[in-house]
Ligand binder design. Structure first.
Ligand SMILES: NC(=O)c1ccc[n+]([C@@H]2O[C@H](COP(=O)([O-])OP(=O)(O)OC[C@H]3O[C@@H](n4cnc5c(N)ncnc54)[C@H](O)[C@@H]3O)[C@@H](O)[C@H]2O)c1
Length: 437
């Protein structure tokens, strides 16, 4: 099928490559010049495991091309995926949907009568209807819009796109549904469920799913707050409650909390939208979910201050600044936030990350970039592990030698083996656990 993918960020670039891998002829549209030229020369402008190799493969076969705006070739596509960003507005909790409206209007000026548009961005419920009205006005006919929320996770994005656990589609029209069944046919043949819904439900599925996931993480982090003052161990608690199949163990790891370009802004946008709809109290609990999450960052800063007292000129090494491992996404990263807060309190903070220092660029010059872990650790009085990259999980206390005189480490992700670190003479503080020696 000839398709276009509009907006080539984390979601769109991955989706475009995945669609080309399924055998479709894909035109990717991206107005950002540096992103576009990177993609055109076979480079993914962010780190996502396996994506660049797959991009080169489909570019070589000619099934994926990129351009900055619509033209006759993109206008001839049968299906257009809208993948532009919906970040949080600067002055409120609400989502900034202006990019989606702009991209939809640009498309509407080109779209052919029988084409289908599938929105994949995460939007407040009710947005699709407004977009459909707006696009139809510009096109001069009723645009066939569907909503097809995306559930990929950064770090495993391509795999998630090619082998999703479900495909959710909201349509007003059978033709749109069958077009989407057709584009996803190779995936559906492997037994992936295709869930056909009305449009508002499809829009809501994504925010409801993210709200649930955020709630699960903040639930265990709330337990961590209680455990820290009562002598309990949150890791053992999560293990014990997770055996109950109704609860399950996934997303029940306490730590420095969630971040990234989705969960935080999605729950805030949901709060804002529910208020607009007059049902704010229905999701008022999400404000607590957000606050519990942010309090974990405060807790790390508090632990550092408890131990080091005055942070001025104290050297601290932060291991990991991306919001999660296997990604270089720094959007609302808990670890980076903690690093900046420690620095604002006068500490000399060095940051290390296997992949995300490039994404940091020259922002936050107050943070020293550690070229390797040893260089960052030299004379540090505290190490804070904020992102659970596999290379940090397997780090041996002996690898630091005598670099860290103070031998103090805060494990913000509960991935280090407490016994071996303590046996090596380190004081290890693990969030939600009373294991301090
Ligand atoms: N990142 C994820 O893991 C993920 C997962 C599921 C859903 N989502 C949702 O997908 C959407 C995109 O997220 P993202 O992380 O890819 O964002 P992003 O900011 O990385 O990418 C958005 C891209 O859209 C481009 N864009 C902006 N205006 C445009 C226009 N008028 N025409 C064409 N392109 C335009 C931007 O230049 C940018 O490259 C959001 O709604 C997000 O909530 C993201």
């Amino acid at each position: 099928m000839k398709i276009s993918v509009i907006g080539l960020g984390y979601l769109g670039a991955t989706h475009a490559v995945a669609m080309a891998k399924l055998g479709h002829e894909v035109i990717g549209i991206e107005p950002d010049e540096s992103r576009l030229s990177a993609l055109q020369s076979g480079k993914v402008p962010f780190f996502e495991p396996g994506l660049e190799e797959a991009l080169l493969e489909v570019q070589k076969s000619g099934t994926l091309t990129f351009q900055s705006a619509h033209d006759e070739a993109s206008a001839a596509c049968e299906l257009h995926f809208l993948c532009v960003g919906t970040p949080q507005l600067a002055d409120s909790n609400a989502a900034d949907t202006s990019h989606v409206f702009a991209a939809a209007s640009e498309l509407a000026a080109f779209i052919s009568l029988d084409a289908v548009v599938a929105g994949k961005s995460t939007v407040p419920v009710g947005t699709a209807q407004q977009l459909k009205d707006e696009m139809s006005k510009i096109a001069g006919f009723e645009v066939n819009l569907a909503w097809n929320p995306e559930f990929l996770r950064e770090g495993t994005a391509l795999e998630d796109s090619l082998k999703p656990d479900r495909i959710v589609v909201g349509t007003w029209d059978r033709e749109a549904e069958s077009k989407l069944r057709e584009v996803y046919q190779p995936i559906l043949e492997t037994g992936t469920p295709f869930i056909s819904l009305d449009v508002p439900t499809a829009e809501l599925v994504k925010v409801a799913a993210n709200s649930f996931l955020a709630t699960k993480i903040s639930f265990i982090n709330a337990m961590a707050e209680v455990a820290e003052v009562s002598g309990a161990d949150t890791v053992a608690l999560a293990e014990a409650i997770g055996f109950d199949e109704r609860i399950g163990k996934k997303f029940l790891r306490n730590g420095v909390g969630f971040g990234g370009g989705c969960l935080p802004k999605d729950i805030r946008a949901f709060i804002a939208r529910a208020e607009e709809l007059g049902v704010g109290s229905a999701v008022d609990f999400l404000k607590d979910i957000d606050e519990v999450n942010l309090r974990r960052r405060d807790r790390v800063v508090e632990l550092a201050r408890q131990d080091l007292k005055d942070l001025r000129d104290k050297r601290i090494l932060v291991l990991g600044i991306s919001f999660k491992p296997d990604s270089d996404d720094l959007r609302d990263s808990p670890s980076l936030d903690v690093a900046l807060r420690l620095s604002a309190l006068g500490a000399k903070v060095a940051v290390h990350d296997p992949m995300a220092l490039g994404a940091l660029g020259d922002r936050h010059p107050e943070l020293e970039r550690a070229k390797d872990i040893e260089a960052g650790a030299k004379d540090a009085e505290l190490i804070f592990l904020g992102t659970e990259w596999s290379e940090y999980k397997s780090i041996e206390p002996a690898s630091f030698g005598d670099l860290v005189a103070n031998k103090l480490i805060i494990d913000g992700r509960n991935v280090l083996d407490v016994v071996s670190w303590q046996a090596a003479g380190w004081r290890l503080i693990a969030l939600g656990r009373n294991v301090h020696n």
